[in-house]
Design a protein around this ligand. Sequence first.
Ligand code: NAD
Length: 320
Amino acid sequence: MKILITGALGFVGSHLTEKYVNEGHTVIGVDSLFSGSAINVKHVLDCINFRLELGDIRDKEFLLRLMDGVDCVFHLAAQVHVGRSMTEPEMTWDINVNGTQNVLETARSCGVKKIIHASSSEVYGSAQFVPMDGTHPLDAPHPYGASKTAGDRMCFAYQRTYNMDIVIVRPFNIFGPRQRDDNYGGVVSIFARMILQDIPPVVYGDGSQGREYTYVTDVVDAYDRIMKYTGSISIPINIGSGEEITIKRLAYKLIEICGKKFAPVFVEARVADLDRLVVDASKAKELLGWKPTVSIEEGLHKLVEWYRTDGVDRLIKRVG
Ligand SMILES: NC(=O)c1ccc[n+]([C@@H]2O[C@H](COP(=O)([O-])OP(=O)(O)OC[C@H]3O[C@@H](n4cnc5c(N)ncnc54)[C@H](O)[C@@H]3O)[C@@H](O)[C@H]2O)c1
């Protein structure tokens, strides 16, 4: 198959890229280097069935040159950081909405067979009931969630107007190797990196916020099942482990796994931080036979192990 992945140099995109290149598919990786890095695909960069195309999804001409003969587009490129969306809402909208519109339109004009759109659980806002299924109100309190909601609406519009095979995927929080661990990173990776560098992790508020985290390979498996699914999927698919953990517990668990003795530092709560996010992923289970295979505890061990081996550069760079 010929597969195009936008955001191929990012956290999730790089794992998808690696999987499909290793399976022998022809993979075109699209990325603007906005937040991703070629280091994330270092294991497949020289493979003849992988082509890296550096450019911006907001550039329609650029996308048009790449879509010809593509069977499936995974659209992951986005400005993904909630806090950054609050300080840079226009840029977030431009990438996440106008960029998505470009991907949809170029895929339409090139007759791409299937588009899998990475939405987010953040479209729901804080849980009004748990577990959160596809009927949960869309109540995102921040520009990131709003932009993802708008992107989803364009996907629905293209599904219905042009009868295109477009699947909207709403992962809850994902964790694992290669996620950014700087100010624009994900909390699990930030905590792991800080703790391994002997810096106590910083918890916003009292740490009672409930979250769930799905290990990245389980999310990749869900995306893969969606790609292979031959029927039509017209409803958004929630992906998540359903295994709830508070931020405070997460911090202490990682400190324990890393074998450190300090405690987290608690600071003032952030604006628009969600109280709880807990998934109902039953549609993914019913339709795709998907279920998570890596527990939070096991995934945290794998992540810490990665930082000590393949990902050790991340620790060394910051210490220096
Ligand atoms: N990581 C999570 O917990 C999570 C949860 C739910 C949904 N998602 C969604 O999954 C997708 C991937 O997330 P991620 O965590 O891998 O993020 P990431 O930031 O690691 O990857 C996004 C990639 O998109 C690229 N990109 C950004 N703007 C671009 C542009 N204009 N043109 C081309 N490339 C551009 C970045 O350089 C980066 O490599 C995103 O759409 C995100 O909203 C992620």
